[in-house]
Write a protein that binds this ligand. Structure first.
Ligand code: GCO
Ligand code: MG
Length: 408
């Protein structure tokens, strides 16, 4: 089975997505997600200008060889643009192989290790009453684990709380804005550290000890500040504290670990197993946050999770709305197959997005399932995609109160 053609689809059904479509000489069509929020066209060009010309006439079954050819063959390795492009090729080829086998992809990865994939939903509010309503709304939708993000008194905007209300309760999620330049937010670490434990105390008082609760710090703290927060949150028994530091400083996590037993999840901005080498080997984290889309595809993610399993580190695949339904489905097949599954982030996409991306995965009673369609189970309606033209959007920039640029 040879690769007959490859096409890059850029579409904006509410938000931008980049998708690679690979066609084989016997008529199979596979899809891979290459969306990099705020830098979409760089990946589209990497694919169109540098990868698609190399795919023609390759053996579509040789996934590992194609992965190594694109990774080592480029000479310039790693990085979010490169790895998103390689991921799209890899997932499209797995999609094709599974279709050729007449099986859902998870079967080729070893078959199901569980009956469903525990997902967490997002609750958020500018203040406590709004947040508690949002937690209730997620619970009513069926979520059995909930991420909690709250406004901080004195800070006008903050990660995780959008300005626009969400029709399903709470505030909308989408952080990328369609401004000619990134929106700017102001950050005050001390105000955040003072406020957050009071939020978790209130949520626990309202919803009791059972409900698994998560929180995303979004890379904003130094190791000692993260250690302080982890300790302060221990009484509220978090499922995880996410991205507590920027984490390029892998050694910094040793300090956090020495001080707190709050479980740590890290890695949504990482793109290879090497970014995790110290963190996993020294057991400095509990959950791997990578998305298939940003970490080179199914092939390296499988290796990453198997490596993590040796150290009892579990999966927690990144699943915001900037991962397309194609990227989400790819992650769900891994979730179902691997032994060391932890949890899956899950946010429904808009109706417009689902008009372009036809999916077979389902959400019910807090669990997601990739479905039984051969392949990854997502197809792209190119006519629908063509209706939604690309619109530039940027993620916000964060500044301290004195104007210093900070991690967003
Ligand atoms: C998450 C992430 C996202 C990122 C987004 C950036 O935990 O879901 O932090 O919210 O901010 O993916 O594009
Ligand atoms: Mg995050």
């Amino acid at each position: 089975m040879r690769i007959a053609g490859a096409d890059v689809i850029v579409t904006c059904p509410g938000r931008n997505f980049v998708t690679l479509e690979i066609t084989t000489d016997d008529g199979l069509v596979g899809y891979g997600d290459a969306t990099l929020n705020g830098r979409e066209l760089a990946v589209a060009s990497y694919l169109r200008d540098h990868v698609v010309p190399l795919l023609a006439d390759r053996d579509a079954h040789r996934i590992e060889d194609t992965w190594q050819y694109l990774y080592r063959g480029a000479y310039w390795r790693r990085g979010p643009v490169t790895m998103a492009a390689i991921a799209a090729v890899d997932v499209a080829l797995w999609d094709i192989k599974a279709q050729a086998a007449g099986m859902p992809l998870y079967q080729l990865l070893g078959g199901a290790s569980r009956t469903g994939i525990m997902a967490y939903g997002h609750a958020s509010g500018r203040d406590l009453p709004e947040l508690l309503d949002s937690v209730r709304a997620r619970r009513d939708e069926g979520f059995r684990s909930i991420r909690v993000q709250s406004g901080v008194p004195g800070l006008e905007t903050i990660y995780g709380i959008s300005a626009a209300p969400d029709p399903t309760g709470g505030r909308g999620y989408e952080p990328a804005g369609r401004h000619p330049r990134p929106a700017e937010e102001t950050w005050d670490t001390r105000a955040y550290l003072r406020h957050l434990p009071t939020v978790f105390e209130a949520v626990r008082n309202e919803f009791g000890p059972e409900l698994p609760l998560l929180h995303d710090v979004h890379h904003r703290l130094t190791p000692i500040q993260a250690a302080t927060l982890g300790k302060a949150l221990e009484p509220y028994d978090l499922f995880w504290m996410e991205d507590c530091t920027p984490a390029e400083n892998q050694e910094g996590l040793r300090l956090v670990r020495r001080h707190t037993t709050t479980p740590l999840a890290i890695g949504e901005v990482f793109n290879t197993v090497f970014d995790y080498q110290t963190l996993i080997r020294e057991q400095l984290i509990d959950y791997v946050r990578s998305a298939v889309t940003h970490t080179g595809g199914i092939t390296p993610m499988r290796k990453l999770f198997d490596y993590a399993a040796l150290y009892q580190v579990k999966s927690g695949i990144h699943g915001p709305t900037d991962i397309s339904p194609v990227g989400m489905a790819a992650g769900l097949h891994l979730d179902l197959a691997i032994h060391n599954f932890g949890i899956q982030e899950f946010m429904p996409h808009t109706a417009e997005t689902y008009e372009v991306f036809r999916r077979s995965y389902t959400f019910s009673d807090g669990y997601v399932h990739p479905g039984e369609t051969p392949g990854i189970g997502v197809t792209v309606d190119k006519e629908a995609a063509a209706k939604f033209e690309y619109r530039p959007a940027y993620l916000p920039v964060n500044r301290l109160t004195d104007g210093t640029v900070h991690d967003w």
